[in-house]
Design a protein around this ligand. Structure first.
Ligand code: ATP
Length: 203
């Protein structure tokens, strides 16, 4: 009898413009708590639900590689950056199911993303193809609030416990643009990369 457990593969997508310590903490917590064999980090193409023009794909890919290089079992997968047009998570999940038959997929998302998950393309299919793993996310002002479960597509869930880390890429871009210090908010190699490439120029 084959008692081999299915491979557990975490999927963690984001614009990562830039990646910050909240992302890295979430990735580490997901690998440990969900007992992942692998965490695949996907810098997204131009996400359909984000109106802002993102930094060039090559920079976001390079920063993600720097940010997640110390996270055990994490690897950066750049496939969504090569897709023409908008990024849809359901397409990536379908591809991964074909590539890793028999694996179990866990979609790791922060609470803010979880709240809009019902509006993602084919959200019911996403919840069928992956276990949804939600981590609390601190809002800039209010304390972290639990996600309203009635708004989530039905399907298996495994939460990730994460102390609220009140940092966002928006805030980092704002600080960098005002020539203020960002070194406490991003991994050191990412701070150097932003500086060397003048990624978020001062206004
Ligand atoms: P922006 O401020 O540009 O919207 P962001 O900081 O939300 O960016 P994303 O790249 O959009 O970063 O986030 C990728 C994923 O990481 C999402 O699932 C998001 O919920 C989660 N995430 C981002 N920041 C945190 C944080 N501080 N704590 C927990 N989860 C987070």
């Amino acid at each position: 009898m084959d008692l081999k457990k299915p491979r557990r593969i975490g999927i963690f997508g984001g614009a990562f413009d830039p990646p910050h310590l909240g992302h890295v903490a979430l990735a580490r917590a997901a690998v440990e708590q969900l007992k992942l064999d692998e965490l695949r980090v996907f810098p997204t193409g131009q996400a359909w639900h984000k109106a802002r023009e993102l930094s060039p794909a090559a920079h976001r890919l390079a920063m993600a590689q720097l940010a997640f290089s110390d996270v055990p079992r994490a690897c950066v997968d750049g496939r969504e950056l090569q897709r023409a047009g908008p990024t849809y998570t359901v397409d990536t999940l379908r591809e991964l199911h074909r590539e890793f038959p028999g694996a179990q997929f866990l979609l790791v998302i922060g609470a803010d993303q979880a709240e809009s998950l019902h509006s993602w393309r084919e959200s019911g299919e996403i919840a069928r193809l992956a276990t949804i793993s939600i981590a609390a996310r601190a809002r800039p002002i209010t304390a972290a609030v639990p996600v309203d479960a009635s708004r989530l597509p039905p399907g298996p869930r495994e939460p990730v416990e994460l102390p609220p880390i009140p940092v966002s890429s928006t805030e980092i871009r704002r600080l960098a643009g005002a020539a203020e210090d960002i070194t406490r908010l991003v991994p050191a190699p990412v701070a150097r990369y932003i500086d060397q490439h003048h990624l978020y120029p001062t206004n």
